[in-house]
Design a protein around this ligand. Structure first.
Ligand SMILES: C[S@@+](CC[C@H](N)C(=O)[O-])C[C@H]1O[C@@H](n2cnc3c(N)ncnc32)[C@H](O)[C@@H]1O
Length: 270
């Protein structure tokens, strides 16, 4: 498969899009800050667009197969779908469009689905939601679609940030209602950590929840809902103890196979 890689977006490269089509592109795709133009044969593009690059990519059958077998995933009031299946979203359900790619969070993992369900049960209208370990941005975007005034997604893996931003754009989340930043809780240089959160959701893993439980309590407003998942059933006691230690209340447990989701309320007074 022959692909011409061009840094930028459809917007910043508007002047070059016609040139790509005229040069024989069979398709254009914008992904994570890169335009990918598909070609059957090389052309003299470098003369017109000097900063692009030709790449021969191996078409991975498993990828095509994975895309073919993807189905919409219903999670509370939302249905998580890839962009080509939006027409399959049932009436009354809100589509949450996620381009399957390099970041975790297509909705096909039980933990993502349970977290979207838990968010969907809350009235998020006018609230500030923090998503720690945002991956594809799926949970922050879900919060924004469910009415949150502001959804902030943070992740220690920098590759996730442009992907999450792009997914927010695909879902037409209005500018200023979502933000994605590299980072985490408990780091010194957390310059995004400017305001307390009304709701905090984190799909990480049990040992990290144990480490971060104090940060969750400090970041959340008193009584604010906490949603934690990524927890294997045998690690549940570790997270429960951490929440008890930090004074979280109304702890509830849900299970799906080997995975657990916990909901709780931040301590009333700290
Ligand atoms: C299981 S994925 C969850 C993705 C998405 N939120 C979802 O629910 O599908 C966990 C994400 O957390 C990120 N992560 C791991 N450790 C982290 C940390 N200490 N702080 C913030 N993000 C972290 C990973 O890079 C990964 O993108």
């Amino acid at each position: 498969m022959l692909v011409y890689h061009l840094p930028g977006t459809f917007e910043t490269r508007e002047a070059h899009l016609d040139l790509l089509w005229e040069a024989g592109a069979t398709g254009l795709e914008e992904r994570a800050g890169l335009i990918r133009a598909y070609f059957d044969a090389r052309s003299d593009l470098h003369a017109d667009i000097a900063d692009g690059e030709w790449r021969e990519e191996v078409e991975q059958d498993w990828q095509a197969e994975f895309r073919r077998t993807l189905r919409p995933v219903k999670a509370g009031r939302l249905t998580i779908v890839p962009p080509w299946l939006t027409r399959e979203v049932e009436a009354g359900q809100l589509p949450l469009i996620i381009e399957p790619g390099m970041a975790f969070g297509t909705g096909h993992h039980a933990t993502t689905r349970m977290a979207v369900e838990a968010l969907s049960e809350l009235d998020l209208t006018g609230l500030r939601v923090l998503d720690v370990g945002t991956g594809s941005g799926v949970l922050a975007i879900a919060a924004a679609l469910l009415g949150a005034e502001h959804a902030l997604g943070v992740d220690i893996d920098p590759i996730t940030i442009p992907i999450a931003r792009e997914n927010a754009e695909i879902n037409s989340v209005p500018a200023g209602r979502s933000r994605f930043e590299e980072g985490s809780l408990g780091l010194d240089h957390a310059d995004w950590q400017d305001e307390p959160s009304d709701v905090l959701v984190a799909n990480l893993y049990a040992e990290l929840h144990d480490l971060l439980a104090g940060e969750y309590a400090a970041q959340l407003r008193a009584g604010g809902p906490l949603i934690l998942t990524g927890i294997l059933t045998n690690k549940l006691p570790l997270v429960r103890e951490a929440l008890d230690r930090e004074g979280f209340e109304a702890v509830q447990v849900r299970e799906d196979g080997e995975w657990v989701l916990l909901t709780a309320r931040a301590p009333a007074a700290r």
